[in-house]
Design a binder for this molecule. Structure first.
Ligand SMILES: Nc1nc2c(ncn2[C@@H]2O[C@H](COP(=O)(O)OP(=O)(O)O)[C@@H](O)[C@H]2O)c(=O)[nH]1
Ligand SMILES: [Mg+2]
Length: 293
């Protein structure tokens, strides 16, 4: 009765008054400088960053975004595949980022692995091998057959630069709430394998523009969006990565021009990834030094 007098359900405000995580949007230059100045403490060491996540999560786009902001031109090298979301034909590739001139590279590299699809996708054992530096470039993952010793793509002589120093879980914002049990299970398995090796883990949330209209309108709303905050909390619970190790990013995927806000988020995530990886390398060093005593 008299339904028009009924109280409207209170919708939560879409935006917080103040951001829940501080970010200085004018700080792009100093973040860029931090990345440019980065040198591994151990000479000749290279930081290896492994991205894993569902097909179409935005792994290649993230690598392209990083390459774009650091190389100063839109990159399409880590070929973004928006046609086929099949994990079968994916080769293991090491992506480098050029620094200053074509023969000089940043001391970090990326690999990506389509570690999680519903019923297909590579076996967790192969991810473990990749973490240990056992998988050679150009290896094509086969969900029915794991890589084993004796295979031409099995790296028998692992050098410290072949090993993974940071594992980055890539999850699209528009799927966090429907993350299937299987995806969560595989993510946890992969995380456990990394934990056993002591490898630090970070998550990036992609496609934040797609999941939240306020963010699409203005990327500076990223830490004011209630929706995204709740989603990050949910992801943290689902896969057990602390909130302070989860970074939202908005990849370059269709534009031809740079945007400072996009760059700021990308660089912020990258900076933390590098710092975590560097800490791990140094910790590993003191551990192995200790074990020689
Ligand atoms: N709206 C939006 N789309 C994105 C973003 N990142 C990636 N995409 C789209 O998602 C598709 C798949 O991305 P891709 O990087 O190939 O995913 P991968 O399979 O994990 O390597 C791309 O074609 C892009 O159109 C993002 O931050 N926002
Ligand atoms: Mg890809």
């Amino acid at each position: 009765m008299r339904a028009f007098f009924a109280k409207q359900p209170q919708l939560p405000p879409p935006l917080l008054d103040a951001p829940w995580r501080e970010i200085n949007w004018n700080d792009k230059q100093s973040a860029l400088q931090h990345v440019n100045d980065y040198e591994p403490y151990i000479e000749d060491r290279q930081l290896r960053i492994l991205l894993y996540g569902p097909a179409g999560a935005g792994k290649s786009s993230f690598i392209n975004s990083v390459k774009s902001v650091l190389e100063g031109r839109m990159s399409t090298l880590a070929l973004v595949d928006n046609i086929s979301h099949d994990s079968f034909t994916k080769e293991y590739t090491t992506y480098k980022v050029k620094k200053e001139n074509p023969s000089n590279f940043y001391p970090f590299v990326f690999n990506d692995i389509m570690g999680i699809t519903q019923n297909k996708g590579i076996v967790v054992d192969d991810v473990k091998l990749a973490l240990m530096g056992r998988v050679k470039d150009d290896y094509v993952f086969n969900p029915e057959h794991k890589l084993s010793e004796g295979d031409q793509y099995y790296n028998t002589t692992v050098n410290p630069n072949d090993k993974v120093h940071v594992l980055v879980c890539v999850i699209p914002a528009d799927t966090v709430s429907q993350m299937r049990e299987e995806v969560t299970k595989k993510t946890l398995e992969i995380r456990r394998a990394a934990s056993d090796l002591g490898i630090p883990q970070v998550a990036i949330i992609t496609k934040i523009d797609k999941a939240c209209p306020e963010i699409k309108k203005d990327l500076k709303n990223v830490y004011k969006s209630v929706y995204l905050k709740e989603m990050m909390e949910q992801l943290s619970v689902n896969v057990g990565i602390p909130i302070n190790c989860i970074f939202p990013v908005r990849n370059y995927f269709e534009e031809i021009d740079f945007n400072d806000d996009v760059d700021s988020l990308t660089l912020r995530a990258l900076r933390h990834i590098i710092d975590f990886g560097e800490d791990f390398m140094n910790h590993k060093m003191s551990q192995s030094e200790g074990s020689h005593k």
